[in-house]
Design a protein around this ligand. Structure first.
Ligand code: AMP
Ligand code: ZN
Length: 470
């Protein structure tokens, strides 16, 4: 097995990766803020994380992935107060939608999806530790802030120029710009809208609620321990979110918070970052309406390396639809084949070697996909030769399953095909029943009926296979 290597934002270089205990990868992935359905830009990041977990499993490790759901933050509270409802009225349906969109894109289940509001005691505990250690203080506004000048390593992830840090200046918003590297809120004193929307809890500093950065530190350490193997998110989370997570966690434990920091680049539309604020978002529902399958969207997302920007365009989606059509046709052909050639086995060996080397080299999905398409071309030529080597065929099926097990780009059969398959399978069952009772006339009549509808059938050792001829 080649060595897995990942780009670590902390060292700004590609480094050999393995989990600290040699067995289980403790992986924390910042999840969606559930106030609005996630857009496909967000899903590009979640797909990069899906790619990572599948590749790490391919390397032979177990993965313990936690993806939090941010169900209390500035944006959610604003939305709830505008509508005069509680935060959970907003977050519960959006969370359901997130999971159904995620499944459409075949993003594997993480081991846990903790909600921020279910870890409030752990968050309060973390703030208490920071206050006790003298790195956090309660200000006149009642909120508790992290004192960045008490944590000398502040800025190490984003390589923030220390001169930009404004000692003593404070920021209460969850999201803020680089120019204001200031003390940030860990615990925010409750405002009337927080109370009205059910976003306020008792604490040693009075009624209040957690800041966004605090949520992730508390949940990551609660479920994965003080040192993670890898922490992921979109590139925009490097500062302030991940910088602040490091400050809070390391100041509290005195240990390294995460061994690797990995960030995915943006999805763009017409050259601009896809973002709600810009108004250029597309959702998974839009993809579905445009006939873009989960498989096709994955193909599109994996056509570019995760550390490069990717532009969403109708042409690119069209190319991906065509790409997965080829993969689907090949998958069918491979399933129906009855034998292969030595050349097919050789092509399979090359596929496994080339695709795993690409996956393990900082998750190079585009290169792995290129290896898959070159295998498909070679394998089609070998299958045309009509060999009888069953071991070669088995090797080809295994190799294809291994690579597709990461990419997952075989399209679902179209709905029309599904109806057809229900009909054909039904008729084949009737034919089997007729043959069992030795009523061969009835069995032949069913075969003729299928032939007249353009369905060819072929009896083999593993049962009857069928194929649509026109
Ligand atoms: P949010 O729900 O805003 O916290 O974002 C969820 C995830 O999506 C974060 O990891 C963001 O970094 C990521 N993200 C936001 N916009 C984009 C984009 N246009 N392309 C890729 N990832 C994004
Ligand atoms: Zn986070």
């Amino acid at each position: 097995m080649p060595q897995v290597r990942l780009y670590n934002t902390m060292s700004q270089s590609v480094e050999p990766f393995s989990p600290a205990d040699g067995k289980v990868v403790r992986m924390y992935t910042c999840g969606p803020t559930v106030y609005n359905p996630a857009h496909v830009g967000n899903f590009r990041t979640f797909l990069f994380e899906d790619l990572m977990r599948r590749v790490l499993k391919l390397a032979g490790w177990r993965v313990e992935q936690v993806m939090n759901l941010t169900d209390v933050d500035d944006k959610i509270i604003r939305r709830a107060s505008e509508a005069g409802v509680s935060i959970s009225d907003i977050t519960v349906p959006v969370t359901e939608r997130f999971h159904s969109d995620r499944r459409y894109l075949r993003i594997e289940d993480a081991e846990r999806y903790p909600r921020a509001t279910e870890s409030i005691p752990e968050m309060i505990e973390l703030v208490s530790t920071l206050v006790a250690r003298g790195v956090a203080y309660q200000a006149d506004d009642g909120s508790v802030y992290f004192a960045i000048d008490k944590f000398p390593a502040y800025g190490k992830l984003s390589r923030l120029d220390k001169r930009e840090i404004q000692t003593g200046a404070r920021v209460a918003q969850d999201d803020y710009a680089k120019e204001n590297a200031q003390d940030f809120a860990l615990w925010k004193a409750a405002k009337p809208e927080d109370e009205a929307s059910g976003a306020a809890w008792d604490s040693p500093w009075g009624r209040g609620r957690p800041g966004w950065h605090l949520e992730c530190s508390a949940m990551a350490m609660r479920f994965l321990g003080e040192t993670l193997d890898v922490h992921c998110g979109g590139i925009d989370l490097v500062f302030p979110h991940h910088e602040d997570e490091i400050a809070q966690s390391e100041a509290a434990t005195g240990r390294e918070f995460s061994r690797f920091w990995c960030h995915g680049q943006f999805l763009l539309t017409d050259g601009a970052k896809m973002a709600k604020r810009v108004g250029n978002v597309a959702t998974v529902a839009d993809m579905r309406e445009q006939g873009v399958s989960g498989a096709a969207f994955r193909h599109f997302a994996f056509s570019t390396h995760y550390r490069k920007q990717l532009n969403l365009s109708p042409d690119a989606l069209e190319a991906s639809l065509e790409g997965v059509r080829r993969v689907g046709d090949f998958a069918e052909r491979l399933a129906a084949a009855t034998g292969g050639t030595p050349g097919l086995a050789a092509a399979a060996e090359d596929l496994v070697a080339d695709a795993s080397a690409a996956f393990f080299d900082d998750l190079n999905a585009p290169e792995a996909m290129a290896a898959l398409f070159s295998f498909i071309r070679r394998a089609n030529a070998e299958l045309d030769a009509g060999g009888r080597d069953e071991a070669a065929l088995a090797r080809a099926r295994e190799a294809f399953a291994l690579v597709n097990g990461v990419l997952d780009i075989v399209p679902e059969p179209a709905a029309e095909d599904e109806e057809l398959s229900v009909y054909v399978e039904g008729r084949l069952a009737a034919r089997r029943a007729a043959r069992t009772r030795r009523d061969f006339a009835a069995a032949d009549a069913i075969r003729d009926e299928l032939t007249s509808r353009g369905i060819a059938i072929e009896d083999g050792p593993q049962g009857t296979r069928w194929k649509k001829l026109y």
